[in-house]
Design a protein around this ligand. Sequence first.
Ligand code: PMP
Length: 394
Amino acid sequence: MSTRFSDRMRSMKPSTIREMLKMTERPDVISFAGGLPAPELFPVDDIRVAAERVLVEAGAQAFQYGVTQGIAPLREQIAVEMADRGIACDADDILITTGSQQGLDLVGKIFIDAGDAILTENPTYLAAIQSFQCFQARFQAVPTDDEGIIPEAVGELAAQTRFRFLYVIPNFQNPTGRSLSLARRHRLMDIARRHDLTIIEDDPYGRLRYRGEHLPPLKSLDTDGRVIYLSTFSKTVAPGFRTAWAVATKDVLDKLIIAKQAADLHTSSFDQLVLDRYLRDFDNRKHVARVCAAYGERYGVMADALAAQMPEGFSWTQPEGGMFLWMTGPEGFDTLPLFRRAIEHGVAFVPGGDFFVGDEGRQCLRLNFSNAQPDDIRRGIERLAGLCRDSLGN
Ligand code: PMP
């Protein structure tokens, strides 16, 4: 039998890195590679109580089909959370999605025709690249620096070409850990208005701030409905719920709902109900504060270990929250062979190249600090620094 796959599958390649990352699951490997929240911090006891209450109160109804937009009580709670982040919306402006990953897929579906151009940070979230690649998007990378995406560069590009949207992660970006500065948030919104640009704001990490003040989401500065805001419970409660949300104007939301209907009818009723009960009956802010304290400590341990041990020529970002930092080696340094040697020596990271649209980033790598204990972080960085020194030949 000759199996005929769609044209789109030609642009979708398995990631060699993902294959190699399977090796990082060996117990002797200290992994800074994944993007996993710390499971020992999941509020399992409270979730158990919430689940029991749902089973008693809703019974069989908890397992019935539901509406595509998501259960109203959860959307109402999200609207309150949105107000807290400076975003004025009500439950009707919210769509529950099966993870923000689905939000990205739905956005791709409703906006991108094959060959359409979109703007992204460079580097950016690997699975967003994959998601938009599925719709055969053409990627245009926007230059970024320590303050995030450069708004004027967006303006220059948007003056030349019509882009379907700009995809941006303003808080503790994956993979760099960088945040878009306040001044740039305002300038980016001005430029988007001037060039009539739609913005997809992906904000899974914003609440994981360990230092400094929260910055306003782009959506809170949006005066004409051009920002589609995505966020998730994956990092503030637990990713296994696969429950997240999108905030958008009615015309966009209606299209997202049609696309979601075709994808999965709705996000799991039971998961939504348990999350709703959990958020009502327990203090999730306190939980997030605990998560921030733990991640902040782990970040500090990693930052200190890097400062003490990394050889000259390497630099790294100093995020104020989130789960990642980003390291850049000297010109010509290649993190791919380093990765292979690192696995042999029991430490893992993600080489930087895959996060770029285009052929860059070989001298970069991403380190996750949320899912390793402080002692392992110290030992892992010691191993990594030793290997970097060896690679430089000193
Ligand atoms: N966007 C970014 C930037 C992410 O890092 C992630 C997950 N790591 C997601 C979206 C997807 O999150 P989820 O589907 O778990 O909500």
